[in-house]
Design a protein around this ligand. Structure first.
Ligand code: SAH
Ligand code: SF4
Ligand code: F3S
Length: 444
């Protein structure tokens, strides 16, 4: 078999990172070797995100750069959510692009690439509700933690969101398949798993719910840390919370997207919960899991947002006291219900910017206070990688998802250290190891 090389550049969420690992896996068995640079690659794929306008603009700009790096005869393809959303329009706007492949069609990549080498230009964007790529072994690049998709698509229809269009209807993998994949990654020496789904706690495979899944995956021998993202506040049944509390491997952190603190805004967003119901989910989680940290996603400037509604978002942040938050300016996505709201509801850029700045200041201030209160704590930190600053500095995560920088060699990557928190930038920590523990022996 002729060996060829493939480079995949990934944008967007963890689901896309995980899909890129699947694409590398599907292509590896057809004779493609992964390379970490587009120059000289036989195949270049850009795995894209469509969540906000600026995510798409980045990709369009990047495609322009990449075409200059391509060698003669190389195939350029666009995959992921933008591919699904724009389909044939992408072939028209960029003449160098030969393949447009949506998230449920990656199985076809090898044959599509064969066609492209013959000069074909193709779009493959059919949804396939059976597709979980069960027979494909993901090619993982992170040796410390593994993302495992348990659910594809989304059945919520939040009025701002493009994901139901780009990912199709919700479907769950079978519990046994998820457990098998977890056992496989643990046998390769990875002890941390992050279960992925757009509303991951609504997982249901026909027999088992998310509570069953947490208990089953959490009990895989050798697994040390289990996380999941992103849950929907409405799907935190008492069963799920109990499973979380009673499964020692499940980490004490939840990313709980809030979007807005105002019930009337939440209603226009079709989030299907009120401010009070969100607070109730927070209270039940905190009561069940001592030391739980919470992070969130918030959108400002959604159509019709009044000053009073925005104030409610700020006040909910102060009430919950998140450890961190991802903040976004509303971006109108073609075809979503939000684009059909009255034009006079549109928030002006000046108001949008002012609210965004106020929100970031509030969120950062609270995070800083919470982090300062943690100085002196001793935490178990799993070292993940070299710190960006370099210079004999590595960084890791605590179980409750705090980033900690530690002076030490890269040979510490993969180790669990007990670290005392000695300083904080407000967002991340520095720490000193107080006792060193070796990684668990390889299971299996
Ligand atoms: N399925 C996840 C979210 C996926 S998108 C969930 O429901 O939690 C990640 C985040 O992007 C969302 O939580 C939301 O805060 C933000 N987002 C989604 N659509 C957006 C839009 N049109 N404009 C701005 N932010 C958006
Ligand atoms: Fe989008 Fe809402 Fe589905 Fe999340 S739950 S992916 S925000 S539609
Ligand atoms: Fe982006 Fe698609 Fe994820 S739109 S956020 S890559 S599901």
């Amino acid at each position: 078999m002729t060996r060829r090389t493939v480079y995949i550049e990934t944008y967007g969420c963890q689901m896309n990172v995980s899909d890129s690992e699947l694409m590398y896996g599907a292509l590896a068995r057809e004779g493609y070797d992964a390379v970490d640079h587009p120059i000289g690659a036989d195949v270049v794929l850009v795995n894209t995100c469509a969540i906000r306008e600026n995510a798409e603009q980045r990709v369009i700009g990047r495609l322009g750069e990449l075409r200059r790096d391509l060698k003669v005869g190389a195939v350029l393809g666009v995959t992921g959510c933008m591919a699904q959303r724009l389909g044939p329009r992408l072939l028209e706007t960029d003449t160098r692009v030969q393949l447009v492949v949506g998230p449920d069609a990656y199985r076809m990549l090898p044959s599509l690439l064969d066609g492209a080498r013959q000069g074909e230009r193709r779009v493959a964007t059919d949804f396939d509700l059976e597709e979980h790529y069960e027979d494909v072994t993901a090619r993982r690049f992170d040796g410390v933690k593994a993302w495992i998709p348990v659910q594809r698509g989304c059945d919520y229809r939040c009025t701002y969101c493009i994901v139901p269009t780009t990912r199709g209807p919700e479907r769950s993998r079978r519990l046994a398949d998820v457990v098998r994949e977890t056992e496989a990654v643990v046998s390769q020496g990875i002890h941390e798993v992050i279960l992925l789904g757009q509303t991951v706690n609504s997982y249901h495979d026909g027999t088992h719910d998310f509570a069953d899944l947490l208990r089953a995956v959490g009990a895989v021998p050798g697994l040390r840390r289990l996380r999941y993202t992103s849950p929907h506040p409405n799907d935190f049944s008492d069963r799920v919370i109990a499973a979380m509390a009673e499964t020692p491997t499940v980490c004490e952190h939840v990313h709980l997207p809030m979007q807005s603190g105002s019930t009337s805004m939440l209603k226009r967003m079709l989030r299907r919960y009120t401010r009070e119901e969100y607070l109730d989910a927070v209270a039940r989680l905190r009561a069940a899991i001592p030391g739980l940290t919470l992070t969130t996603d918030i959108i400002v400037g959604f159509p019709g947002e009044t000053d009073a509604e925005f104030e409610e978002t700020l006040s909910l942040c102060r009430e919950v006291r998140f450890d961190d938050a991802f903040t976004f300016k509303f971006s109108a996505r073609e075809g979503t219900p939000a684009t059909r709201m009255p034009p006079e509801w549109t928030i002006s850029p000046a108001v949008m910017d002012a609210r965004y700045d106020a929100l970031v200041a509030t969120v950062r201030g609270i995070a800083r206070e919470r982090n300062l209160a943690r100085l002196g704590d001793r935490l178990e930190v799993l070292i993940e990688k070299e710190a960006r600053k370099g210079g004999e500095l590595v960084q890791g995560r605590s179980r409750d998802f705090k980033t900690v920088l530690v002076a030490g060699p890269t040979s510490w990557i993969g180790r669990y250290l007990t670290v005392e928190l000695t300083g904080t930038s407000g967002a991340t920590f520095t720490g000193t190891p107080v006792e060193e523990r070796r990684p668990l022996p390889m299971a299996g």
